[in-house]
Design a protein around this ligand. Structure first.
Ligand SMILES: Cc1ncc(C[n+]2csc(CCOP(=O)(O)OP(=O)(O)O)c2C)c(N)n1
Ligand SMILES: [Mg+2]
Length: 400
């Protein structure tokens, strides 16, 4: 192999020529309702063209769907809380209520074939990526009908059918992986982009900045989404980060901070970021949001923030309340009908969860599969070493 060939094999191609459509082309006003944003709902870092538009159009049908998706995620999370407290969901479990406008707004702007990867607070993403409520509960209950056949649980939801790569428990670890997904998209030249989400708590990790560097060098199509819910476990952003404007933390990578409690602002910011990443390179999108629950189900979430703080956010900024009022005030659904639809969704979610609870579990021999390969591992260490199993069948003690 000559030097050029070997370089071509090891270096990603960045000569992918795509047509340079402008964001104005991407953003097409269409029939529907017009919504405007205030300037303080977006902050920009190194974006000379001014970033997203301060207006957007949406059809009544789209707006209705957006609200109902957010409502579904909220109810799913609240029911999850009950099942957890009832000890029918075990292990780590991180709820997404409060943050619904982020995943729903982003999905509303993504295109078919785009990719998403996130951390462990991912129930909402699994739903917006296309999995069903029943399968999501099945995974949380440890049933074989779940996306990881019950082996992953709440933190490890995936939906490869629609390019959703989880569901990652190691804080920040998904950032280089998402960068790799973007590298693959670039090399394939398929025009897709990647949303790589991480929390404010991950935003000071070295691997995030190594990823930023590679993404910028290779002009990768990736939106680095910082879901800033103000806390990493019990630590506020002010205590953890020297600079809390996470949208500026890409330094040489442009950034946008968006009001993450406004689903339409999130959608418009993502539309801009989608255009930017497909045509220019990486961008950082910080969504200013809030989680209503504690960090996980073992955290009541009251020792590092006051109940008043949570109540104030709920009252003034709740993303569902805002979207619901748009739906009702614009006569898309009447107050009476929306109550009925909400009741039906609530019931359906309860039924889905109950059905999932009755789904079967994997048989015991299957539990040790899918660790590194689909075959049995060469060696399974038991707590009593001599009982360990070799090649899936023989106990070590019988070989001695
Ligand atoms: C490498 C690593 N360090 C520490 C932890 C423990 N841990 C789990 S979640 C978390 C906080 C992360 O906060 P943030 O990124 O803001 O996400 P959020 O939970 O707010 O969605 C920590 C420190 C971990 N899982 N992985
Ligand atoms: Mg956080």
């Amino acid at each position: 192999m000559n030097t050029t060939q070997s370089l071509n094999r090891t270096m990603p191609s960045i000569s992918n020529q795509r047509s340079f459509a402008s964001y104005a082309d991407e953003y097409k006003s269409k029939d529907g309702l017009k919504f405007t944003f205030s300037q303080d709902q977006f902050k920009m870092h190194k974006l000379e063209d001014g970033g997203p538009k301060l207006e957007t159009y949406i059809t009544k049908e789209e707006l209705k769907q957006i609200y109902l998706d957010m409502f579904t995620i909220r109810r799913m999370e609240l029911l999850c809380d009950q099942y957890y407290k009832n000890k029918q969901i075990w292990g780590f479990c991180h709820l997404y209520d409060g943050q619904e406008a982020v995943c729903v707004g982003i999905e509303a702007a993504l295109k078919k074939g785009d990719h998403v990867i996130t951390a462990y607070r991912e129930h909402g993403w699994q739903y917006t990526r296309g999995d069903t409520v029943r399968r999501i509960f099945a995974e949380m209950f440890g049933k074989k009908t779940g996306c990881a056949r019950g082996k992953g649980g709440s933190m490890h939801l995936y939906f490869p059918e629609n390019n959703f790569y989880g569901g990652n428990g190691i804080v920040g670890a998904q950032v280089p992986v998402g960068t790799g997904v973007a590298l693959a998209a670039k090399q394939k030249g398929d025009g897709t982009t990647v949303v790589c989400a991480f929390g404010d708590g991950a935003a000071n990790q070295g691997q995030v900045y190594e990823s930023f560097n590679m993404a910028k060098l290779w002009k990768l199509p990736i939106i680095y989404l910082c879901e800033n819910n103000r806390y990493g476990m019990g630590t506020s952003i002010e205590r953890a980060a020297a600079v809390t404007d996470f949208y500026t933390r890409g330094d040489y990578i442009p950034g946008i901070a968006v009001d993450g409690m406004d689903v339409l602002a999130v959608r418009e910011a993502t539309r801009y970021c989608g255009w930017y990443t497909r045509n220019i390179g990486p961008i950082v999108l910080e969504a200013l949001t809030y989680r209503y629950h504690g960090h996980s189900m073992s955290d009541p979430g009251v020792s590092y923030r006051t109940p008043d703080e949570v109540a104030e956010i709920r009252q003034q900024y709740d993303p569902l309340r805002k979207a619901r009022s748009w739906v009702v005030d614009n006569d898309i659904i009447s107050e009476t009908d929306i109550k009925k639809i909400e009741k039906d969704i609530r019931k359906q979610i309860e039924t889905d969860a109950k059905d999932a609870l009755n789904d079967g579990e994997l048989d015991e021999p299957e539990l040790v599969l899918d660790i590194y390969t689909t075959g049995p591992p060469d060696f399974i260490r038991y707590s009593d070493y001599n009982e360990s199993i070799v090649n899936g069948k023989t106990a070590l003690k019988d070989m001695m």
